[in-house]
Design a binder for this molecule. Structure first.
Ligand code: FRU
Length: 527
């Protein structure tokens, strides 16, 4: 008798095997009794992520107000508490000590007479520049876009303005500033998503705001009075859609003393694989103006489901920690979950590394993610001859981290289950391309835009020789990190049952030897 328990009471599968012997002929008879119990317990619905952040219920989109204070990481997010499809936006709120185990908090910001509460950021006003703080309480200040629905419906162009609010109890309760909006609109239809940070160079607060096809930089001494100081991007970068959710921060190029500034800009549509995506620019910032001589378009993630990602203000040790929304506006409203919609990526550390002449932004799961990586199932050495394949059984198919070193240039990997669902990743270092195919990965027919074709990622600077492959599966997502986060693809998937096997095909002319293949279980973070 084999008994499998998935996530404490989600599904009990009882398999009875009866072996009987008749006339010296062995007959194996299998009676399969499958009991699908109604899911009971917390966070166990079909497709529910077990180690990614999801709201308890209803609609979520962008991460907002990522700020660290006093041992606590705050995650605010675009939230509509009345439905699983987008509607009048609020800011949901959750807190965590490691960005993996989250505690839900009450809704932080509600729409008001100025409009809905769109995306934005949060800062700790340690020097009380705003005057919102008290002698013993530092104000947490949220800076967000007001979206005036009536104005939009009336066909005006100035329906997005910027507002602020403050909290003296770590984000539990909020007061909106009576002088809102702090930045009025001068007739730009898409004028939103303020990211504010303390600017050491100019000793002011700096706000990044997107205005349709470009970025605006505004400075302020006190978070209330703002002055536009520069613009960037009308002629730079990808422009297949509206610019959204900017971020700008310095990073030291690893192994050097050189500091470069990285600008993140989400665009929708216009991502290389369709719909929403996040591009980045590497350049310089002098306190008022961002400049770059980057010509090529660069992307944080070449999968289809990592959008509107931004980084934490005030994270310890100057770490740049990024969280993205694991969805795509092409089909975000249609994904087949019932109680809630969508998840955030795992927290990722951003680093700058020089490969040849090229400086690249790497993104890779944070150290704190590793604390939740449990049992390891190392395989013994795997050897695969050219053109041959090896099928590896998976123990924790849908809630796992798989890691190994790929020594040959070209290989294909695919996850499979008994239902015939498959999800494949083809790495071709000769052609310098990775192809991801989720067309048969389970439920895909909820939107024509979910799988119009395969996804491709160019890997022009992939090194020769061994590279690391890390794949994180969590029920309805796959995050693929190649060579320590040099190339990344994040995708939602909706398999009809667990993936039970990973097949590796050797598409190279030499023997593939894998000495470190490990499948780890990743622990569920919800109690
Ligand atoms: C990005 C975005 C933002 C906007 C928010 C509205 O996904 O479109 O530009 O502020 O979502 O929910």
């Amino acid at each position: 008798m084999v008994k499998t328990l998935q996530n404490k009471g989600l599904k009990v599968l009882v398999l009875l095997t009866v072996v009987s012997i008749f006339n010296c002929k062995q007959e194996v008879k299998q009676d399969v009794v499958q009991e699908d119990l109604e899911p009971t317990g917390y966070y166990v619905e079909p497709y529910r992520s077990q180690y990614h952040f999801t709201p308890e219920e209803k609609w979520m989109n962008d991460p907002n107000g990522l700020v660290y204070n006093d041992g606590v990481y705050h995650l605010f997010y675009q939230y509509y508490p009345d439905s699983t499809v987008w509607g009048p936006m609020h800011w949901g709120h959750a807190v965590s000590e490691d960005m993996m185990e989250w505690k839900h908090k009450p809704i932080a910001l509600f729409p008001d007479e100025h409009g809905l509460i769109f995306s934005g950021s949060a800062v700790m006003d340690h020097n009380n520049t705003s005057g919102f703080g008290t002698e013993d309480k530092t104000a947490m200040v949220a800076i967000f876009t007001y979206h005036d629905m009536a104005g939009e419906q009336a066909g005006t162009k100035d329906f997005q303005t910027q507002g602020i609010a403050y909290s003296l109890d770590n984000g539990d309760s909020w007061t909106k500033y009576e002088g809102n909006p702090v930045i009025d609109n001068t007739g730009i239809k898409d004028f939103r998503d303020p990211k504010v940070f303390w600017n050491d160079k100019a000793e002011v607060w700096t706000m990044l705001l997107v205005a349709g096809d470009h970025l605006q930089i505004w400075n302020s001494p006190n978070l209330k009075e703002w002055k536009k100081v520069s613009e960037f991007g009308k002629d730079q970068g990808a422009h297949g859609g509206v610019w959204e959710c900017p971020d700008l921060f310095p990073l030291q190029i690893e192994g050097t003393d050189e500091i470069k500034w990285v600008l993140l800009i989400s665009i929708n549509p216009g991502a290389p694989n369709g719909g929403s995506g996040t591009q980045y620019f590497i350049g310089d910032f002098d306190g008022t103006t961002f400049t770059t001589n980057q010509v090529e378009h660069k992307w944080v993630d070449l999968g289809r489901d990592n959008y509107a990602g931004v980084t934490y203000n005030d994270a310890p040790n100057d770490e740049r920690v990024f969280i993205g929304w694991m969805s795509n506006w092409d089909y975000a409203r249609d994904t087949p979950t019932e109680k809630w919609r969508s998840a955030m990526t795992v927290p990722r550390l951003l680093t700058l590394r020089k490969l040849g002449d090229e400086v690249t932004l790497f993104n890779y799961p944070l150290e704190s993610f590793e604390k939740h990586v449990a049992l390891a199932y190392p395989e013994s050495v795997i050897e695969i001859l050219p053109t041959r394949k090896r099928i590896l059984p998976l123990k924790y198919g849908n809630q796992s981290k798989t890691k190994f070193t790929l020594s040959v240039p070209n290989a294909q990997m695919y996850f499979r289950n008994k239902n015939g669902d498959s999800l494949s990743i083809d790495i071709d270092r000769d052609k310098k391309i990775v192809t991801l195919d989720r067309r048969k990965s389970g439920k895909v027919d909820f939107s024509e835009k979910f799988t119009p074709g395969v996804q491709q990622m160019k890997i022009p600077n992939i090194p020769e020789g061994p590279i690391e492959i890390v794949m994180l599966l969590d029920h309805s997502s796959l995050e693929l990190f190649i060579n320590g986060g040099q190339y990344v693809m994040t995708n939602q998937i909706f398999p009809n049952e667990f993936f039970r096997a990973l097949t590796i095909v050797n598409n190279s002319e030499e023997k593939l030897k894998i000495e470190d293949f490990t499948e780890h279980k990743v622990e569920r973070v919800w109690d």
